[in-house]
Design a binder for this molecule. Structure first.
Ligand code: ASP
Length: 335
C-alpha cells in the first residue's frame, strides 16, 4: 500500500511538472555576461527589473487582457531602464547617436508593426504597436516613423534622454579597438581584434506572451549594436528575423543581428515547429546552431500555444525570465 502511495505521489508530481504552463517569457539580451564580472548589487538590479517586467506582463494576462498588451507592458519596463540596450540605455552609433529599432507581432492574425532608426520616441515598442494598429503599413523608419508617432500622441523626448555614460564609454572602447584594425568599416569579425566585439551587443529586450484566449504575441526592442554605421538596421525590427508570432508559437531574438537576418531566425523556428513538429527547445537550438556555424552569436526565447518555453543562447549568458500560469516567476542570467 505504502509503495502504491509513493508511486502515486511521484506520478502526480511528474504530471504536475509536465503540465507547468508558461504564459510570459522575456529576455534582456545575450552576451559575455560573466558572474565574476558582475557585482552582487548590479546583479540584483537586473533581477529586480526583470521581475518588474515579468510582473507587469503577468498582470495583463491575469486580467484576461490580450497578449499584445502583456508584451508591450514588459518591454516598456525594460525600455525605461538604463540597464538594457533599448529605449533609455540604448547603445551608440558610430557617430554618437542613439537609433532605436522595435517590432511586435500578433500570432492570431499575423498582424505586425515595426520601427527602425528612430531617435526621439521614448518607447519604440509603442511606436511599433501604433504602426501595427493605426496604420496600413508594417514598417516605418527614421523621420517618417517619428512623425507618425507624434501624430499618434506617443511621448517624444529630447535625444539626450537616451544618453548613458556606460554606453558612451562602450562606444569609445569599441572605437579604440577599431583604430587598431586596417579594415575599419568591414562588418566582418575576421578583420577585427577579438576585443572589438566585446560590449557591442548587450541588452536588447524581448517578450513573448500567451493570453487566456490562447493567442501569442512577440516583441523586441533595441538600440542595435555599438558603433553601427550608415543607418544600419539589425534583426530586431525585422519580422521573421528578430521577432515572429503565429497561432502556434512566438519568438524574440537577441544577438548579432546580421546573422538573424540571414537565417530568417525567428520565422525558421516557427517553420520547424509547424512543418517538422519540432518542439520550441529543439527548434531554437537548431536555429542557434545554424547562426553559430555562420559565425554569429546570441540567443532567443520562444513560447508555444501549450505554454512550453525555450530560452536558448550560445553566449556566456542571457538575461531571461519566465512566469507560469499560476504566477511563479523564475529569473536567470548565466549559462
Ligand atoms: N540583435 C540586435 C541587433 O543586431 C542586437 C542585440 O540583440 O543585442 O541590432
Amino acid at each position: 500500500m505504502k509503495k502504491i502511495l509513493m508511486l502515486f505521489t511521484i506520478c502526480s508530481s511528474l504530471i504536475f511538472y509536465a503540465q507547468k504552463k508558461y504564459v510570459v517569457v522575456i529576455h534582456g539580451g545575450a552576451g559575455t555576461i560573466l558572474k565574476n564580472e558582475m557585482s552582487p548589487e548590479l546583479e540584483q538590479q537586473y533581477r529586480d527589473k526583470l521581475k518588474e517586467a515579468l510582473t507587469s506582463a503577468y498582470q495583463k494576462i491575469k486580467q484576461g487582457k490580450n497578449s499584445l498588451e502583456a508584451v508591450e507592458a514588459a518591454i516598456v519596463v525594460m525600455e525605461d531602464s538604463p540597464l538594457f540596450n533599448a529605449g533609455k540605455g540604448a547603445v551608440f552609433t558610430s557617430d554618437g547617436r542613439n537609433e532605436l529599432d522595435a517590432s511586435i507581432m500578433y500570432g492570431k492574425d499575423k498582424s505586425a508593426g515595426a520601427v527602425a532608426g528612430i531617435t526621439v520616441v521614448k518607447n519604440p515598442i509603442k511606436a511599433a504597436l501604433a504602426v501595427m494598429q493605426k496604420s496600413e503599413h508594417v514598417m516605418m523608419i527614421g523621420k517618417g516613423a517619428e512623425q507618425f508617432a507624434k501624430k499618434e500622441g506617443l511621448e517624444i523626448v529630447n535625444t539626450k534622454y537616451f544618453w548613458t555614460e556606460k554606453r558612451w564609454n562602450a562606444l569609445q572602447k569599441v572605437k579604440k579597438a577599431e583604430l587598431k584594425t586596417n579594415q575599419p568599416n568591414a562588418m566582418n569579425n575576421l578583420h577585427y581584434p577579438s576585443n572589438y566585439w566585446v560590449d557591442r551587443k548587450f541588452g536588447t529586450v524581448g517578450c513573448v506572451a500567451l493570453d487566456k484566449d490562447g493567442n501569442i504575441s512577440a516583441g523586441t526592442s533595441t538600440g542595435g549594436m555599438t558603433n553601427k554605421k550608415y543607418g544600419r538596421v539589425g534583426d530586431s525590427p525585422i519580422i521573421g528575423a528578430g521577432t515572429y508570432a503565429d497561432k502556434n508559437v512566438g519568438i524574440s531574438g537577441t544577438g548579432w543581428g546580421e546573422f538573424y537576418i540571414r537565417t530568417s531566425a525567428a520565422r525558421t523556428v516557427a517553420a520547424k515547429y509547424e512543418y517538422q513538429n519540432k518542439d520550441v527547445k529543439t527548434a531554437t537550438e537548431e536555429v542557434m546552431l545554424e547562426i553559430e556555424k555562420l559565425g554569429g552569436d546570441g540567443g532567443m526565447i520562444a513560447l508555444d500555444k501549450n505554454g512550453n518555453v525555450a530560452m536558448t543562447f550560445n553566449t556566456e549568458g542571457m538575461y531571461r525570465g519566465t512566469v507560469t500560469e499560476d504566477g511563479e516567476i523564475n529569473i536567470e542570467i548565466y549559462k
